[in-house]
Design a protein around this ligand. Structure first.
Ligand SMILES: NC(=O)c1ccc[n+]([C@@H]2O[C@H](COP(=O)([O-])OP(=O)(O)OC[C@H]3O[C@@H](n4cnc5c(N)ncnc54)[C@H](O)[C@@H]3O)[C@@H](O)[C@H]2O)c1
Length: 425
C-alpha cells in the first residue's frame, strides 16, 4: 500500500460524511488501498459494494480501488468484474494473493478455504480481511491467528467481517455498556434464527462439514457470540451445556450451486448425500465478569428468516436488538422512577448520537444490510492509515476467541459436559 497520508482528523469526527468538507476546500492527497476480492457470490457482492461505497459516504484518509477479483469460473468472474467496475478478473486466487499491485486481500469463500488463502496472502505481505467464521475448524483458526501474529511484526493487518458490530444500534449498545448505562451485566440472551435449511434445500457447501466446519453453529452462532463479546466487552470462559441436532440427514446432491444461501434454482445431479453438519445448536455459557448467557442458532426456525437477536439485562437497564428491525434498539432504564419505567424504542438514526449514521441519511431515513459492510470497509481503511475505527474491529486473534467458544460448544454437546475455554486455548 502506498504510504498512508495521516490526514489530520482534529477537525472532523470519525463518522463524518464526505460531503461535510467545506465547499471549495481542496481534498488532501490520498494514499491508496488496492483491494483484491476472492469470491464472487453473496459476500462477493456485499463486499464489492462496500469497498466501492465506503469513500463516497465517509471522509477517509485513503482512496480505495477495487483492483482485482478471483473466482473459479472465468466467464462468471469476468462478468462480476464488469458489473462492479473491477479492473482485472483472475481464475486462480493465488495470482491475486501474490499480485504486486494489491494491498489487501478480501477472502469471501467457503470456510475451509479461509486458512490457505489468508495465510498465502499474509505471507505475501498483504493485509487480509476474511469473512466469518474465521475458519471451519479450531486448528485452522489457530494457524491463521499464528500467521497473523507473525505478519503483524511486519506491519501487516488482519480483519474479520463481523458486520453486525457496525449496525448503528449494535455499536450504540456497546457504547451504552461502556458508559455504564446497564451497570453490572447479569444475563445475555442471543439467538440467530433462519428457516431456509428445509428438506428441499440441496446439499450445498454449507451442509458439508469438510467445507463449512459446522452448520447453523459456525454460520449463525459465530455472529451472536461475537456480538455478545463485542457489546459486553467481556469474554466467555465456559460453555456449561450444549445441544446439537441434524434433523435433515440427507439432501439432494447438486450439480450447480444455484442462488445465494439456500441454493434456489440449483441443478440436481441425481441422488442424495449425507448432511454432515448441525441444523441447530443451543448452548449455555458463563462470562468472566459473572454474567450467564444462552445462545441459539438454527436454520429450521420456520417463519424466522434472518432473526438475529440479542438481549442484555443489567443492574440499571436492559437492551434488546432484533436485526429484522435493525434501525431500532429497545431500551429499559431502571433508574427512572417506577411509574415511568417502560421499554423505549430508540430509532438509532441520529447522526449526532448514533455511530455511523451521520455518513448516510438524515434521521429516520433508514439504512439496511449493506451499510454494515460499507461502514466496516470505512473502518478498515481508517485502521490501515493508523486511525481508530468508530468501534473496534475484530482481527484474527479476536475472531479466534469466538472460534474457541464455537469449539467448546461442540465438545460440550458431543461429550455431554462443561468445557472451559482455557482447556482449548
Ligand atoms: N458476514 C456475513 O453476514 C456473512 C453472510 C454470508 C456468508 N458469510 C461468509 O462468507 C463466506 C462466503 O459465503 P457466501 O455466502 O458468499 O458463499 P457463496 O457460496 O455465495 O460464495 C462463495 C464464493 O467462493 C467462491 N469459491 C469457492 N471455491 C473457490 C476457489 N477455490 N477459488 C476461488 N473462489 C472460490 C465461489 O465460486 C463463490 O464465488 C463464508 O465464509 C460465509 O460464512 C458471511
Amino acid at each position: 500500500m502506498a504510504a498512508p497520508s495521516r490526514t489530520s482528523s482534529s477537525s472532523r469526527t470519525r463518522n463524518q460524511p464526505a460531503s461535510s468538507r467545506a465547499p471549495g476546500q481542496p481534498a488532501a492527497p490520498k494514499a491508496l488501498v488496492r483491494v483484491g476480492l476472492i469470491g464472487t457470490k453473496f459476500m462477493g457482492r456485499a463486499h464489492a459494494n462496500a469497498w466501492r461505497q465506503a469513500g463516497a459516504f465517509f471522509d477517509l484518509p485513503s482512496r480505495v480501488e477495487l483492483q482485482a477479483v478471483a473466482g473459479r469460473d472465468a466467464a462468471a468472474t469476468s462478468a462480476f468484474a464488469s458489473r462492479w467496475g473491477i479492473a482485472r478478473s483472475l481464475s486462480d486466487w493465488r495470482d491475486l494473493a501474490m499480485a504486486s499491485d494489491i494491498d489487501l486481500v478480501d477472502v469471501l469463500t467457503p470456510n475451509h478455504l479461509h486458512k490457505e488463502m489468508s495465510i498465502a496472502a499474509l505471507e505475501a505481505g498483504k493485509h487480509v480481511a476474511c469473512e466469518k467464521p474465521l475458519a471451519g475448524t479450531l486448528d485452522d483458526a489457530k494457524a491463521m491467528a499464528k500467521a497473523a501474529k507473525a505478519a503483524a511484526k511486519k506491519g501487516v493487518r488482519t480483519f474479520v467481517w463481523f458486520n453486525y458490530r457496525r449496525c448503528p444500534a449494535v455499536a450504540f449498545a456497546r457504547q451504552l455498556v461502556e458508559r455504564g448505562k446497564l451497570g453490572r451485566i447479569y444475563h445475555v440472551r442471543a439467538s440467530y434464527l433462519q428457516d431456509w435449511g428445509k428438506a428441499s434445500t440441496p446439499l450445498l457447501w454449507r451442509f458439508q462439514a469438510d467445507q463449512a466446519g459446522s452448520g447453523a453453529h459456525g454460520d449463525l452462532n459465530a455472529h451472536i457470540i461475537d456480538m455478545a463479546r463485542f457489546i459486553t466487552g467481556d469474554e466467555i470462559t465456559e460453555v456449561v451445556g450444549s445441544i446439537e441436532e441434524t434433523f435433515i440427514k440427507e439432501r439432494a446432491i447438486v450439480g450447480s450451486a444455484g442462488g445465494e444461501i439456500s441454493g434456489k434454482g440449483a441443478k440436481g445431479k441425481g441422488g442424495k448425500g449425507r448432511s454432515t453438519v448441525d441444523d441447530a445448536v443451543l448452548f449455555l455459557a458463563r462470562f468472566a465478569g459473572g454474567a450467564v448467557a444462552s445462545f441459539e442458532a438454527t436454520r429450521l426456525a420456520t417463519g424466522n428468516q434472518n432473526r438475529n437477536t440479542i438481549e442484555i439485562n443489567g443492574e440499571l437497564g436492559s437492551i434488546k436488538f432484533d436485526f429484522e428491525r435493525m434501525n431500532e434498539l429497545q431500551w429499559w432504564d431502571d433508574t427512572l422512577e417506577s411509574g415511568l419505567r417502560g421499554w423505549s424504542r430508540i430509532m438509532c438514526t441520529n447522526g449526532g448520537d448514533h455511530p455511523y449514521v451521520a455518513a448516510y441519511w438524515p434521521p429516520a431515513h433508514l439504512i439496511g444490510y449493506e451499510h454494515g459492510f460499507v461502514s466496516m470497509a470505512a473502518d478498515v481503511v481508517r485502521a490501515l492509515a493508523g486511525e481508530a475505527p468508530v468501534v473496534p474491529l475484530a482481527d484474527f486473534d479476536d475472531a479466534l476467541k469466538t472460534q474457541l467458544v464455537l469449539e467448546a460448544s461442540v465438545r460440550s454437546a458431543r461429550e455431554r459436559r462443561s468445557v472451559s475455554i482455557r482447556e482449548l486455548a
